[in-house]
Write a new protein. Structure first.
Ligand SMILES: [Zn+2]
Length: 500
């Protein structure tokens, strides 16, 4: 079967999940004309009919926090040969073409790379031009630029807006990410320590807390589609739940998106009695009560992968703690990344806690519209593991079986055993499509109303959710059939999503 961009088609009789329009399992037809969903036409005879009877129809998946392009990903492909070529799983960091093909085969049609140094934007876009099928955007690490830091330090909001706006325009960015506020300045000044929110940046009066708040205001003033994307201080450090709580409090009603909160929700360390564990409860209580904030989880799943972070201090710490090779790069003295291989193990106390903490976030956030499913690919797990994660959320029995295999101390102490919530199909649709599209600021995506991009996925329903979501029956991108039963049917180029 082939389809063409200008073709008119109707997907007839599918079971529709379109949370933005309150349609939860409604049997109806979806009319597509020229890559866009249209109302039922007065003259339907020119629409080619595709039978969707018995299939579940959802908008195409939207991944608002992933790592697929740029220098860090290039290093990631090379740092661990045993993870690049393996018989039982895709390469931990696939080639750009394989990345697009695997996302599309999974039913995903939009992806954002969440950490591109402004100096790396041109090379990231060269690479993204080769990412087939998906629409794609980048968040720029604009707060690592010296001139931006100067302006923020002087609290010259007008100059900061001018500089960040110019960086977003020149780099064709979608929004702005702060990766460990001030982290690259500390790192380059030989201070690869884990500075807190109130330690001034080397040679400045500006603190990381002020940097976050002022950048959130800059992004709001620029009216970028997606609010400031925040990876706060102390990633991966015991006791860092306090830092995330303070981060949320400091933002004080400002819109912001909190990235990979799983990596920021740990008890332990000097300030907490007792050992490493979950700090989710007070964090989720605050989050649930403050709807200016959204988040993605950065779930870890067990197995081997490659970690890559704009937070070089965190990468160095982790590599030294686990005795693996690592690489760090810095671009024109403005931002960079640390990259290292990692294997998450069920019987590791720390890894088991990380797994349980991520799931605890998913299962205790009250409003699914404020949470996006992610593994921070490839940091927590490969994006091809999303169906497994969806089964952990939607099938409590499946989750209990997995819980029974992890480190016994975590099994005993984690609240996970008491959480029997199961995500419905509609809620899984929200956290993988409708919510990330809304949070990212994509009015034409994440829903199936008239005027939406005709990006959609047809699944064969199954009680085995991992199987159901791993292999859609059909995937359409801008009205074209791009994948069918795991096979690519065509590879249109996709569109670069750039603000303004
Ligand atoms: Zn990330």
């Amino acid at each position: 079967m082939t389809s063409h961009p200008t073709e008119r088609i109707v997907l007839a009789g599918g079971t529709i999940h379109d949370p933005a329009h309150g349609r939860d399992g409604v049997v109806d037809d979806i009319w597509i004309d020229g890559g866009t969903i249209v109302p039922r036409p007065a003259e339907p005879s020119s629409f080619r009919r595709i039978d969707a009877t018995g299939l579940v129809a959802m908008p195409g998946g939207v991944d608002l926090h992933s790592h697929v392009a740029g220098p860090k990903v290039g290093f990631g492909r090379r740092i661990a040969p045993h993870l690049a070529r393996r018989a039982d799983a895709p390469a931990a960091v696939p080639t750009i073409h394989a990345t697009g093909a695997a996302y599309a085969a999974l039913g995903y049609t939009t992806v954002f790379d969440a950490a591109i140094a402004t100096a790396a934007a041109p090379i990231a876009h060269l690479e993204l031009a080769d990412l087939p099928i998906l629409d794609k955007g980048i968040y720029l690490l604009a707060a690592d630029d010296q001139a931006v830091l100067d302006a923020l330090d002087h609290d010259d909001r007008g100059e900061a807006q001018r500089l960040v706006g110019a960086a977003v325009t020149a780099g064709r960015g979608w929004s702005v990410k702060v990766a460990n506020p001030g982290g690259s300045a500390f790192w380059r000044n030989g201070r690869g320590d884990h500075h807190d929110l109130d330690t001034p940046l080397p040679g400045r009066r500006l603190t990381p807390r002020q940097l976050l708040v002022r950048m959130a205001d800059v992004v709001t003033a620029l009216a970028l589609p997606h609010p400031l994307h925040v990876h706060t201080s102390h990633l991966g450090i015991p006791g860092n739940w306090r830092t995330l709580l303070e981060t949320m409090q400091s933002l004080d009603g400002r819109r912001a998106h909190l990235a990979h909160v799983q990596f920021h929700s740990y008890t332990g360390g000097n300030l907490d009695e007792g050992s490493f564990g979950s700090g989710v409860e007070p964090l989720v209580e605050y989050f649930n009560a403050h709807d200016s904030l959204t988040l993605d989880v950065g779930q870890i799943l067990f197995g081997g992968t490659v970690a890559m972070t704009g937070d070089s201090a965190a990468a160095e710490h982790l590599a030294h703690a686990t005795g693996v090779p690592w690489v760090s790069h810095d671009l024109h003295l403005s931002g960079g990344c640390g990259v290292l291989p990692i294997t998450y193990k069920e019987q590791s106390l720390v890894h088991a806690w990380q797994w349980a903490i991520g799931l605890e976030w998913f299962l205790t956030v009250a409003d699914p519209w404020r949470i996006a499913l992610s593994t921070d690919h490839p940091n927590g797990a490969h994006f091809t593991a999303y169906p497994h994660l969806m089964a952990l959320l939607g099938d409590a029995a499946f989750r209990r079986e997995a819980l029974a295999r992890i480190h016994p101390a975590v099994r005993r102490r984690s609240p996970l055993a008491r959480l029997d919530r199961e995500y419905t199909l509609q809620e899984l649709c929200i956290i993988t499509r409708a919510a990330p599209a809304r949070i990212a600021g994509l009015p034409g995506k994440g829903h199936l109303g008239a005027g939406a991009d005709a990006d959609l996925t047809l699944y064969r329903p199954s009680r085995d959710l991992a199987r159901m979501f791993a292999m859609p029956a059909m995937v359409f991108k801008a009205g074209r059939l791009v994948a069918e039963e795991g096979h690519l049917r065509c590879t249109p180029p996709g569109v670069v999503l750039a603000a303004g």
